[in-house]
Write a protein that binds this ligand. Structure first.
Ligand SMILES: *Cc1c(COP(=O)(O)O)cnc(C)c1O
Length: 461
């Protein structure tokens, strides 16, 4: 199994190359050259998440690692979860289950993808006898999950830029309270866009790297993160009905990584009825699925900050695989003109998305109403991201024939301000969050200046 870029120039890469490179050299995203197929009958005999992962992960890694080696690694990949089986499925009623993906160390679903990425980073670095810098910007949960996943590996130093902005205190503290010599949380007086520009420039110049050192990206376009997420879709379908009936999945999304993982599971054979693409006021995906209009506008701040984006970076994978049926030239053309020219599909091609996808945009007021509704009716407190996905199905329950699984991507305790606003008490604060509340913050405060930040990294490298 090799990997090709969605834009057709960067081709025939091994898993390890894709892992360490992140973005393809031509600006596109890496895709597996074909969709490996799961034998559903065999899978019905499995019962833990790790067993499911052992069935799926090796399908993508053969070009670089022996299966035995990967299986052994997977026994230790996911760590510090509150639950032995990593995730829980909470039944609401006959038509709704909630897939709780927030029982990991940073209380958001990103632990699944990033712990897998970190384990493979470490494995590759060790066998090449090299070190790496992880460099990224975060507007919410990516930074904390990346720091937590990488901190136990000596070969990796993490430098994460944290903008002044719409992030909860707990999200920030999860990064700034990690007291370890290979972790640098950098508070930047600038916006998320400023931080992203600096990260992009860093990946171009690489001026702060030592000789033979890797620069690693942890943003959601890294294929290994998607693999980690494919595993929990299969696991959910297995637990709920032994993969016997197609389910709907309602997914709160920003960069489309989690949705693309669901689509990938479907392409690998998981029974699926519909994917509900649930977004907040940042509605570029909803505008595309409903009006064939994928145009970039400014970012709005919402109470579901981890979904505040102007473009959905992983969406290019769906354009390439689903809409353009892997026509790399057309994909490359569309993206070379974007965002100055919005992406619009031929009407007949665009229409086929309606069989598989349904998209809905939820504003802050409806998000709060939905939290209240589930709390009052079902005695279930959900975080604002999860509520976006829940509200999206309440508005479309007629079209969804089978059972729907709502993905719960974060623990409500990460967003205490939201629950203060509606006078709801959060009773079960996870230990991981309780622990950071009173820890001292370690402040590396820098200006939004490339020079200053690159110097800082070089000095601490
Ligand atoms: C990152 C994040 C999302 C969005 O995930 P994508 O893969 O970018 O769609 C949703 N909810 C939470 C809590 C997140 O941290």
């Amino acid at each position: 199994m090799l990997f090709h870029s969605t834009r057709g120039i960067d081709k025939n890469k091994t898993f390890e190359e894709v892992l360490l490179q992140g973005l393809a050299g031509d600006g596109g995203l890496f895709m597996p050259e074909f969709w490996p197929q799961i034998n559903l009958k065999e899978m019905t005999n499995l019962d833990s998440f790790i067993d499911v992962a052992k069935h799926i992960v090796p399908l993508f890694t053969k070009s670089s690692f022996d299966d035995d080696e990967v299986m052994k690694m997977l026994d230790e990949t996911w760590h510090d979860f509150e639950d032995k089986n990593l995730l829980r499925i909470h039944n609401i009623n006959n038509s709704i289950d909630i897939l709780e993906l927030f029982h990991g160390p940073t209380a958001a679903f990103k632990d699944f993808g990033l712990q897998l990425a970190a384990a493979f980073f470490n494995k590759s670095l060790k066998r090449q006898d090299k070190t790496a810098i992880v460099f990224g910007a975060t507007s919410g949960d990516t930074g904390s999950a990346a720091i937590d996943a990488c901190k136990k590996f000596d070969a990796i130093k993490s430098f994460i830029l944290i903008p002044d902005g719409n992030m909860s205190d707990i999200q920030r503290k999860q990064m700034t309270t990690v007291d370890q010599s290979n972790v640098f949380a950098i508070l930047v007086n600038g916006t998320f866009d400023d931080c992203q520009d600096i990260v992009k420039e860093g990946f171009k110049t690489r001026s702060f790297l030592k000789k033979d050192q890797y620069l690693l990206a942890v943003n959601s376009i890294n294929w290994v993160r998607i693999i980690g997420q494919i595993c929990y879709y299969f696991y959910a379908a297995l637990s709920i009905n032994k993969l016997s009936e197609p389910l709907n999945f309602s997914i709160p999304t920003g960069n489309f990584g989690n949705v693309f993982a669901c689509y990938s599971a479907y392409k690998m054979g998981m029974p699926l009825e519909k994917i509900v693409v649930a977004v907040n006021k940042n509605d570029i995906l909803q505008r595309f699925f409903n009006n064939n209009d994928y145009s970039k506008i400014k970012v709005f701040e919402t109470i579901s900050p981890s979904m505040d984006i102007s473009v959905a970076s992983n969406f290019e994978r769906l354009i390439y695989d689903f809409f353009l049926e892997r026509d790399e030239n057309q994909c490359s053309k569309m993206y070379s003109d974007f965002p100055s020219k919005p992406i619009q599909m031929d009407e007949s091609i665009w229409k086929k998305s309606q069989d598989l996808f349904y998209s809905y945009s939820v504003n802050d007021e409806s998000t709060l109403n939905c939290i209240n509704k589930f709390s009052d009716q079902y005695n279930y407190l959900m975080d604002p991201h999860t509520a976006v996905a829940a509200e999206a199905i309440l508005n479309n329950s007629n079209d969804l024939k089978n059972k729907t699984v709502i993905l719960s991507t974060a623990h409500p305790a990460k967003f205490p301000n939201v629950f203060e606003k509606i006078n709801k008490e959060i009773s079960d604060i996870p230990n991981s969050i309780r622990n950071v509340l009173h820890k001292k913050e370690i402040a590396n405060k820098l200006n939004a200046s490339k020079k200053e930040i690159f110097n800082f990294i070089e000095q601490n490298n």
